[in-house]
Design a protein around this ligand. Structure first.
Ligand code: XMP
Length: 315
């Protein structure tokens, strides 16, 4: 990568050339899309509209947080509520690649509609290098179809502009800090959101369980890191498994769901090692998850695999 200042100047210049008219940007609130939005808005000002889609699969409090972040930056934005549509499209679907494709397609339909209303001919995306590398390019195997790469239809009526295409996550964070983008220290969050943390069918009920479990994992790990018990991992979250297991609730048999906790150390997400979380922190997480969701979850496990052979997300 060029020097930071040079990269920023060049990227803004290129965006100005690439976008003669209006553009929309798919803004998830993550560092990649917020940096892409910040660069594009510096390049074309109010000719850019940032679209945040509430898919019903966002983290707890995410929509409010992103709204505040977007308001703060002064970028022209719009929040689209589309939860019902996403759950509808995902009904009965359990295959991870199919889920990703459906979600990617839904996103595109929303963006097409918004672009039509705004008169945009360009779609800016926060795609970064690992997204397209892992999505396969004809020579590489498809590890996962990242929704911002694999879900684009051939007949998309907009030109795609990807200012961060050659950067890795750590480099995007450097650009974010240089631009004063608040999302710079946020942990990564996948485009298909909680759908890829809900193994099996994604129902509103399952999404709610994994949302609460992710919130508990984030909250307890952040508390433990602030108390000096551990370092903050690169990424940390919960996954809802499609298996049930036998447990005991008071003196009654329970047959409940299982939540896996995932936390990793990484630099760019391309490889990762599982985080050595102190056992007492895991203990607090497991107890809080099973107490909060007594009638639903009766088992919590910790994922101790590295990438490779695993990936960070489970789907
Ligand atoms: P994996 O699971 O492939 O993830 O080891 C590597 C990093 O990428 C994030 N991830 C995604 N990010 N769109 C994104 O923008 C996606 O479709 C996507 N899938 C995974 C993942 O959270 C991890 O940080």
């Amino acid at each position: 990568m060029l020097g930071l200042e040079d990269f920023i100047e060049e990227a803004i210049g290129k965006l100005r050339e690439d976008i003669p008219g209006k553009a929309i940007i798919a803004c998830s609130g993550g560092v990649d899309s917020m940096v892409a939005a910040a660069l594009a808005s510096r390049a074309v000002g109010d000719r850019l509209l940032a679209i945040y889609v509430d898919t019903g699969l966002m983290r707890k409090g995410e929509t409010e947080e992103v709204r505040a972040m977007l308001s703060d930056t002064g970028i022209n934005y719009r929040i689209v509520e589309a939860g019902a549509e996403f759950f509808d499209a995902l009904k009965g679907v359990t295959d991870p690649e199919q889920k990703r494709k459906i979600i990617g397609e839904r996103f595109i339909r929303v963006f097409e509609k918004e672009a039509g209303a705004f008169g945009a001919e360009h779609l800016v995306q926060g795609t970064i290098a690992p997204d397209w590398i892992e999505s396969g390019d004809g020579t590489r195997d498809t590890i996962k179809s990242h929704h911002n790469v694999g879900g684009l239809p051939k007949d998309l009526g907009m030109k795609v502009v990807e200012p961060l295409r050659d950067l890795y996550k750590d480099e995007v964070r450097d650009v974010a800090r240089a631009l004063g983008v608040k999302a710079s220290e946020r942990q990564p969050f996948p485009g298909p959101a909680l759908a890829v943390r809900c193994l099996g069918e994604v129902t509103p009920e399952n999404a709610e369980i994994v949302r609460e479990a992710c919130h508990i994992v984030e909250d307890e790990i952040q508390k433990a890191a602030s108390a000096g018990k551990m370092e903050l991992p690169w990424q940390y979250f919960a996954v809802l498994l499609p298996t049930r297991s036998v447990g005991v609730q008071g003196d009654r048999r329970a047959y409940g769901k299982t939540v896996a906790v995932r936390a990793v150390a990484s630099v760019d997400g391309m490889t990762a090692t599982y985080a050595r979380i102190p056992l007492d922190v895991l203990d607090v997480i497991a107890t809080r998850i099973t107490n909060t969701m007594k009638s639903q979850v009766n088992r919590v496990v910790y994922d101790i695999t590295n990438k490779p052979p695993s990936t960070i997300e489970w789907e």
